[in-house]
Design a protein around this ligand. Structure first.
Ligand code: SAM
Length: 345
């Protein structure tokens, strides 16, 4: 770990931040709590492969997350697979909401979901202490949406989920849209209107080579520049400043200040230099990068009887090996052994 520094919002207690060998402060943990999914989005799953990895018990996730929080993690995002499928989710959120960071503040607690079960779960999740949700939506018209998810009726179901989440205050509510040329790039302008009408933050994400099948190519990506140009033609965009160095999205609003658009461009404008993330897979492996070629078996050590001090030392050692950057598009690039749905997006 690097030298001690004060959390700006803390009063007196000085704790060393969790820092990797490239001097990046690591404060963001993404935890996959299942690799099962009820959607078969064409760019993610082939539809032939189901869940591949075991799930830990809720108590085991809590024990592992607590170790990370004790080392300086301040933000936890639950994901999957589809996290709303996971039994015990509400209880897990309840326990996480009670955890305090090293700086004696509540954790920043978020969840990423396809939204299919959100209409019924938004209120219990909010009551359990969840702060925000990000809902994945790849189209704003029902036929395109359902062509992508391959689930009839999914558009209306997800829209109801989005509205329920907003109504109970799981806000700011973000919508993530993965753009693929020839699949949904005709939705860009519609999403700009959607952000304004539904009072949500729409974030376009460049497609990364993390699919189960073989769809990715540089040509399928819709780059940031093109998205901005197209929205500007119908609704002029105004730049918003970054709120923190590790922010992944370039943010924009509109001339009247209503609505927000973000563009996350991990391929055309990689932000690895400011990466603050670690991932824990549903079977308890640490991944230091989406594109890691190695996984670190934290849960295996827990099962073998390692005590908390040993597990903490293992996390610290693992963080030191966090990759400087990804190598998408470069000669010799290797896809990781797990696809996005099995890593936890
Ligand atoms: N099931 C949840 C959901 O749909 O949000 C959480 C898991 S999903 C894997 C998380 C996010 O990863 C979704 O927004 C999805 O669109 C995105 N995603 C999946 N494959 C991707 C890829 N190859 N490149 C970029 N984003 C991807």
């Amino acid at each position: 770990m690097a030298t001690a520094s004060l959390n700006p919002s803390s009063t007196a207690i000085s704790h060393p931040r969790l820092t990797d060998s490239h001097r990046r402060v690591i404060h963001d943990l993404r935890v996959s709590i299942t690799d099962r999914c009820n959607y078969k989005c064409v760019y993610c799953r082939t539809g032939e492969v189901g869940a591949q990895y075991p799930e830990l018990s809720i108590e085991e996730y809590l024990r592992l997350i607590k170790l990370f929080v004790g080392l300086g993690i301040t933000k936890v995002r639950l994901t999957g697979g589809e996290p709303l499928l996971r039994r015990g989710l509400v209880e897990l959120v309840q326990e996480l909401a009670r955890m305090r960071t090293l700086w004696d503040e509540p954790l920043d607690l978020a969840l990423t979901t396809n939204g299919h079960l959100l209409d019924g779960l938004a209120a219990p999740l909010k009551a359990a202490g969840l702060h925000r949700v990000t809902v994945s939506m790849d189209a704003v018209d029902a036929p395109t949406f359902e062509r992508i998810t391959r689930i009839p009726g999914s558009f209306e179901t997800v829209l109801a989920g989005v509205r329920a989440a907003r109504a109970v205050g799981l806000t700011p509510l973000k919508i993530n849209c993965v753009l693929l040329r020839g699949f949904n790039d005709d939705q860009i302008e519609g999403f700009a209107q959607f952000a304004r009408q539904e009072d949500v933050v729409v974030r376009f994400i460049e497609f990364m080579p993390l699919e189960e099948g073989r769809l990715w190519s540089p040509e399928i990506i819709v780059p940031l520049k093109e998205i901005v140009e197209r929205i500007n033609r119908v609704l002029p965009l105004v730049d918003l400043p970054a709120r923190e160095a590790s922010e992944t999205a370039r943010r924009y609003t509109f001339e009247d200040g209503v609505g927000e658009i973000g563009i996350i461009a991990p391929v055309s404008q990689a932000f690895c230099g400011a990466c603050s993330r670690l991932r824990l897979t549903s079977d308890g492996k640490i991944r230091t990068c989406l594109f890691s070629q190695v996984e670190h078996d934290l849960y295996g050590r827990l099962r073998a009887g390692a005590d908390n001090a040993e597990l903490r030392a293992y996390i610290l050692q693992t963080v030191q090996g966090k990759e400087a950057r990804h190598h998408i598009g470069e000669p010799g690039f290797l896809k990781p052994s797990r696809s996005m749905v099995h890593i936890g997006g």
